[in-house]
Design a protein around this ligand. Structure first.
Ligand code: NAP
Length: 307
């Protein structure tokens, strides 16, 4: 039986694994179906992690984490965990082809980009519609693109795309943004970004080759069209809590109305031995530094509980 299973290899999971192994827990396995790094690895820029002065891409930023966090015996198992259940005093982690037992579990499965629900969004996903500027931005070198959303992600990615595209149209449904003031300032001062505010997206349209443009309605119901080959959508995140759902539809531990896992200050969920860290937990600040802090907190709590 595994002493500690960490599910999810982003900043929270990697840090939990580092602290747990360095703190003396012997058999700690990080379950991550892809390469560890988490969603932040596809972020275009990180400039707010204290102690890392240089502005880095998500990929560059996470690279040393992958070396450092495995230094004390953490192992990586490339399995996708589909479900976690509790049987007597142990946890059982279900994959596609096996079941794995663990004494303690830290869930760090984070969040994934939400769909906006626009007509054409699904049809053209991967054919001009994207949720990742670092992955797909280069396809639009010296072309015009549209970005949809008004939070930190949309504004940061619009800034990133302005370095590649000839022009970025930033479309938002209100006339106020919910991003950090410094980011809003940068966007407003960027002459390659044109703000289109107070609008309602009607449709992303195209043909068999991909996206041709986006149609939107202003507050007077006037319809306008932008001819762009790329539309980047950043309208928030969904909480990845499905592995905690049981066969009868209930959750293994308490989940709040927003779908976040309820935890205390030690990252303990309402089920003994189960911890939740990073974007999946209640009131997460959705910052790398906070996710890492959660991972350390949970690991320290587990170490203390063994004494
Ligand atoms: P967010 O803050 O929830 O913003 C989502 C944006 O999308 C909002 O402006 C919202 O409009 C808009 N939106 C939502 N549904 C929509 C729809 N169906 N159609 C059109 N627009 C829609 O999401 P986020 O930007 O992904 O950020 C998530 C969290 O991560 C936030 O807490 C953010 O601060 C944090 N974050 C921080 C950093 C950083 O510190 N560097 C970077 C990225 C993210 P309304 O404003 O009208 O609701």
């Amino acid at each position: 039986m595994i002493d500690l299973a960490v599910i999810g290899g982003g900043p929270a999971g990697l840090t939990a694994g580092l602290y747990a192994t360095r703190g003396g827990i012997k058999n700690v396995v990080l379950f991550e179906k892809g390469l560890p790094g988490g969603a932040i690895a596809s972020s275009s820029e990180i400039e707010n992690y204290p102690g890392v002065e240089e502005v880095k891409s998500g990929m560059e930023f996470m690279e040393p984490w992958n070396r450092q966090c495995f230094r004390f015996g953490l192992t990586h198992q490339m399995d996708e965990i589909l479900k976690v259940r509790k049987e007597n005093e142990k946890f059982v982690l279900k994959t596609y082809d096996k079941e794995i037992e663990a004494k303690n579990v830290i869930v760090c499965t984070g969040s994934t980009p939400k769909k906006a629900g626009f007509k054409g969004e699904d049809k053209f996903y991967g054919k001009g519609v994207s949720n990742c500027a670092t992955c797909d931005g280069f396809f639009y070198k010296d072309k015009e693109v549209a970005v949809v959303g008004g939070g930190d992600t949309a504004l940061e990615e619009a800034l990133y795309l302005s370095n590649i595209a000839s022009k970025v149209y930033l479309l938002h449904r209100r006339n106020e943004f919910r991003a950090a003031p410094s980011t809003i300032e940068k966007v407003k001062n960027n002459n390659k970004i044109e703000l289109i505010l107070n609008i309602h997206i009607e449709e992303i349209f195209g043909d068999e080759t991909g996206v041709n443009g986006i149609k939107y309605k202003d507050k007077n119901d006037n319809i306008s069209t932008l001819s762009v080959p790329g539309v980047f959508i950043f309208v928030g995140m969904n909480i990845n809590h499905d592995i905690l759902k049981q066969d009868d539809g209930s959750f293994i531990c308490e989940i709040n109305k927003k779908g976040e896992v309820v935890v205390d200050l030690k990252m303990r969920t309402t089920l003994k031995g189960l911890y939740a860290c990073g974007d999946i937990r209640e009131d997460a600040s959705r910052q790398v530094v906070c996710a890492a802090g959660d991972g350390a907190t949970a690991a320290i709590e587990i170490i203390n509980s063994l004494h």
